[in-house]
Design a protein around this ligand. Structure first.
Ligand SMILES: CC(C)(COP(=O)(O)OP(=O)(O)OC[C@H]1O[C@@H](n2cnc3c(N)ncnc32)[C@H](O)[C@@H]1OP(=O)(O)O)[C@@H](O)C(=O)NCCC(=O)NCCS
Length: 142
């Protein structure tokens, strides 16, 4: 199999949602089609897919967003059929390169406590596990 990384397009969204479902990422309000279209438009070049060039199938995805201060990474996922082959690393390296190109100083990611094993993955990529921070949220729409 041969893979390439592409910028996410609206037509990719159903397959991207399939990849997220396959890795049990909970699809919330912000993962509805129209909301994802908004995310892609707000963050040109920072939402990416991993595409199988032969079948033209999507087997990986990640959403990058810049809020003017920090870069945020959401929903990194590699389809279970190709996990453990460094495609997650590849997708993250490409996204990092794109954040660097935009002079973004710091990146953030939120990880569910139930998914704490994945911290090892990010540590291997040089990320720091911040135990001095707590996340809070306020829901305005669901
Ligand atoms: C996390 C994820 C994107 C990693 O992609 P991948 O292609 O399987 O990872 P890689 O092959 O690039 O792994 C790089 C290293 O991290 C390790 N690693 C990857 N996923 C890991 C996990 N869940 N737990 C612990 N270690 C992990 C690998 O063993 C590998 O170690 P090595 O360098 O010693 O061989 C993928 O496993 C996935 O989609 N998981 C489900 C969704 C998810 O949890 N996303 C993160 C949301 S915060």
């Amino acid at each position: 199999m041969e893979f390439v990384i592409h910028e996410m397009e609206e037509k990719d969204l159903p397959k991207v949602q399939d990849v997220w479902r396959a890795v049990n990422i909970d699809l919330a309000f912000s993962d509805k089609h129209e909301e994802l279209v908004k995310m892609i438009k707000f963050n040109p070049g920072l939402c990416l897919v991993l595409k199988d060039t032969l079948k033209s199938d999507i087997l990986g995805a990640v959403l990058g967003g810049f809020d003017g201060r920090r870069g945020w990474i959401h929903h990194l996922a590699i389809h279970p059929s190709i996990q453990g082959k460094k495609y997650g690393t590849l997708l993250m390296d490409e996204l990092l390169r794109r954040f660097e190109e935009r002079n973004v100083a710091k990146l953030k990611i939120e990880i569910f406590k139930s998914n704490k094993d994945v911290i090892k993955f990010y540590k291997k990529l040089g990320w720091e596990h911040r135990t001095d921070l707590s996340t809070m949220s306020l829901t305005l729409k669901e």
